[in-house]
Each structure stands twice: as structure tokens, then as C-alpha cells.
Design a protein around this ligand. Structure first.
Ligand code: ZN
Ligand code: ZN
Length: 402
């Protein structure tokens, strides 16, 4: 083995499902099964047993940052992921372009407006209100982030996205502090000005002419107050890099000071370029001890209730990603951040299978799926166990005691 003092942690988002006939059990995946046969397996509760994880909190937990202590809300993580240079005290939100008639929301995604159009609308959403700078950045389709930068702000305000249509968006302070009152006031002013700027924008004239929904309103959710945190290197003493397409995952990596690797065609969708991701991950091993490689699409198929799509994606991962990673000689840790059972169309608290291949003992398990890994030698572990296991795997564990 060439790189047995290095490791690649592969997180397949939403990997776990319900048995029997889970996508993992159904998929043809000879490479993953070979690694299961040669390695050690088990089950992982990424947060705690039975807890239904969000992708944000589960990733923090897996990467060694207890979410109870380090989770600062989804907004700041997304903002980091789309490249906003965050400052301590910033309050950030996830944002949606929406369609409004008058003050009434009629489509909370503005017909999933094209990314190219939302990009053109972006600059009209950057302005100041009182002493607060509003920083708006789009990501994909109707999605983006809003960062509020100024004195005395609070994330303790209500969202303006109510996950429904037929209402007029408004934020309210959720406590009596002057910070929450000020922030709600700024959000409501932003919502109003954004509505005017977008309504007047020439891109929306074009949308109207072609009979498409206008992107003429902004809805906000996932408020969080950004705090700087200890870097991965400071905390664990190893250099780590991230290969991911999705903004949230890039944002989490940025938040904990990992190096972000840019990969052509890493989209965070089912069309993602797995071969290219594998290649970049292996290249990045040269200057890093650990690579965190994230693949999103299995979770999306779970949310859509599409077991066939999820199965196909697992087969693609097996064929296009795993062989290249295994050839690098690095230790491989393959698991998910939570289960997204297709039958539930959402996350669940069922444990996910985990497989470790490299400097580990071998167990009797010969297949990588929910049912088989229950019998694995790792037993049942939690997210917080993973980084210590990886540090030991690559010979970087510190002795506890003398
Ligand atoms: Zn997830
Ligand atoms: Zn999900």
C-alpha cells in the first residue's frame, strides 16, 4: 500500500435506507463488496442513536465538531460555501428567489428559475440599510444566501419563508432584545427594497414576456450567527481537504478550516463528475492527511422517493469512484451522514452502514449494506468516534496517559 498513512472519508449523503430490498442491498456493487470483504464494517449513528440528523449537524459530528457546541445555523455554513468571507457577528440566512403578486407569495421557488438569470439579479440585492450591509449571493437555481453585516444583530428572528404560498412575508423578533428587534426591522426593509428592485429589473421584464414566473421576491430561512471556530489542524493536528460540489458541504469544510479542492463538474447533483472527484481526491492526498469527499445525489433520490435512482447512483459510485480511490492505497472510510429512506421521503434516525478498509482488522462481513454491516466487527459507533478511529488508522492518534 502506497499511502497507508493517509485516509479518504467518503460520505454518501442519505445513504441508509429501510430493509429488506434497500437500494444498497439491490445495487450491483462489486467494488464496495470487495472492500467490505477485505475490511471491517459496522453501523454508525452520526449524532446519537435514534436522532434524526440534519445534513449540517451530522457532518459536524462526523468531522469531530460536536453540533451542540459548534452548530451556528445553516445560513452561515451556506454563506461560507458560496464564498462569502464571513466576519464574526455576521447574521446569515439561506435565501430563495420567489414569485409575488402584490405582497402575496405565489411560488416559493420562482419556478426554479435558471441559475444564469438569478446571477443577473444578484447585484440589485446588495445595498445598505441603516448601518447594516446586505450581502446577497446566489448559488444554484432559485437559491442563495443573505448576510447581514453591522453592529448589534441577532439570529433570533422569525423566518420570512413559511414553506407555503398565499401569505405576505414578515420577520418578527423572537425575544425582547434590541438586537432581535433591529434585525427583524432590517429584514423587513430588505424584503421590501428587494421586492422593488427585482420587480423593476429588466430580467423580470423578459421573464414576463416569455410567460415565465417572475423572480421578484426574496424569502429567508435558516438564520445563524457566525462564529469563528478552531481549525481542523489546530484541533486534530492533521491537514485535511474537502472535495464536494454542494454549498453546504463546502461551507462546513471552510468553517472548520479544511482546504477546498475545486473540481470541474462537481455539481452536487446526480450528474456530478465522480471520476473527476476521485482523481482530485487522490491528487490532494499529496499535501493532506485526510480527504473528506462528499456525494449528494443519494439523499436527493431519497427525498424524491426514487429507490431506482438511488440504486443507480450507488452503482455509479461503485464503478466510477471506488476503484480509483482504492488504487491510491489510502485508507478508505465509506459511510453516510444519515438514512434517507425512499419510503419516507426524508431523513430518519436509522443507523447507516460504515466500512473501513486499510490498516484495520478484517471481519466476516462480505457485503456493504444495512443488513450485512450489522454483523460487522466495528459494532455500533457514533459520529464522535469517527475522527479518533481515523487518527489511529493513519498512525496519528495521540496516546492518552503514559
Ligand atoms: Zn445529508
Ligand atoms: Zn436530505
Amino acid at each position: 500500500m502506497g499511502a497507508n498513512n493517509k485516509a479518504i472519508l467518503i460520505i454518501i449523503d442519505g445513504l441508509g435506507d429501510l430493509t429488506p430490498n434497500s437500494p444498497l442491498q439491490t445495487a450491483k456493487k462489486k467494488n464496495l463488496d470487495r472492500l467490505a470483504k477485505e475490511g471491517i464494517t459496522g453501523m454508525l449513528s452520526t449524532i446519537k442513536r435514534g436522532i434524526v440528523p440534519g445534513s449540517d449537524t451530522s457532518h459536524l459530528s462526523i468531522l469531530g465538531y460536536e453540533p451542540e457546541k459548534y452548530y451556528c445555523g445553516r445560513g452561515p455554513l451556506e454563506a461560507l460555501g458560496v464564498g462569502v468571507q464571513m466576519k464574526e457577528g455576521d447574521v446569515a440566512f439561506r435565501a430563495n428567489f420567489a414569485t409575488a403578486q402584490g405582497n402575496n407569495i405565489t411560488d416559493r421557488r420562482a419556478g426554479r428559475i435558471d441559475t444564469l438569470i438569478s446571477k443577473k439579479l444578484e447585484s440589485s440585492l446588495n445595498f445598505d440599510i441603516e448601518d447594516v450591509q446586505c450581502i446577497f449571493k446566489t448559488s444554484v437555481e432559485h437559491r442563495g444566501v443573505l448576510v447581514l453585516r453591522g453592529s448589534g444583530l441577532s439570529a433570533n428572528v422569525s423566518e420570512t419563508d413559511s414553506y407555503k404560498t398565499g401569505y405576505s412575508p414578515e420577520s418578527k423578533p423572537l425575544d425582547e432584545s434590541k438586537e432581535a428587534k433591529k434585525t427583524a426591522r432590517i429584514i423587513n426593509a430588505f424584503t421590501k427594497i428587494a421586492r422593488e428592485h427585482l420587480e423593476a429589473h429588466e430580467e423580470n421584464r423578459k421573464q414576463e414576456k416569455s410567460g415565465k414566473p417572475k423572480a421578484n421576491a426574496i424569502l429567508l430561512r435558516g438564520a445563524g450567527n457566525y462564529k469563528k471556530t478552531q481549525s481542523f489542524m489546530e484541533r486534530f493536528g492533521i491537514a485535511a481537504a474537502c472535495v464536494a460540489g454542494g454549498a453546504l458541504y463546502r461551507g462546513i469544510a471552510k468553517y472548520i478550516g479544511m482546504t477546498l479542492v475545486t473540481v470541474d463538474g462537481a455539481t452536487g447533483t446526480k450528474d456530478t463528475n465522480l471520476h473527476e472527484k476521485a482523481k482530485e481526491a487522490v491528487l490532494s492526498l499529496r499535501s493532506n492527511d485526510l480527504i473528506f469527499l462528499h456525494i449528494k445525489a443519494c439523499d436527493s433520490f431519497g427525498h424524491d422517493g426514487d429507490p431506482k435512482g438511488k440504486t443507480k447512483m450507488i452503482e455509479r459510485i461503485d464503478a466510477e469512484l471506488i476503484p480509483l480511490l482504492a488504487k491510491s492505497g489510502a485508507n478508505l472510510i465509506i459511510t453516510g451522514d444519515h438514512s434517507t429512506p425512499c419510503a419516507r421521503r426524508g431523513h430518519s434516525g436509522h443507523e447507516v452502514p460504515i466500512l473501513i478498509w486499510g490498516n484495520e482488522r478484517q471481519d466476516e462481513v462480505t457485503q456493504f449494506d444495512e443488513q450485512s454491516c450489522m454483523h460487522g466487527g466495528l459494532g455500533h459507533i457514533e459520529g464522535k468516534d469517527l475522527i479518533p478511529i481515523i487518527l489511529n488508522l493513519i498512525g496519528k492518534g495521540k496516546k492518552y496517559g503514559s
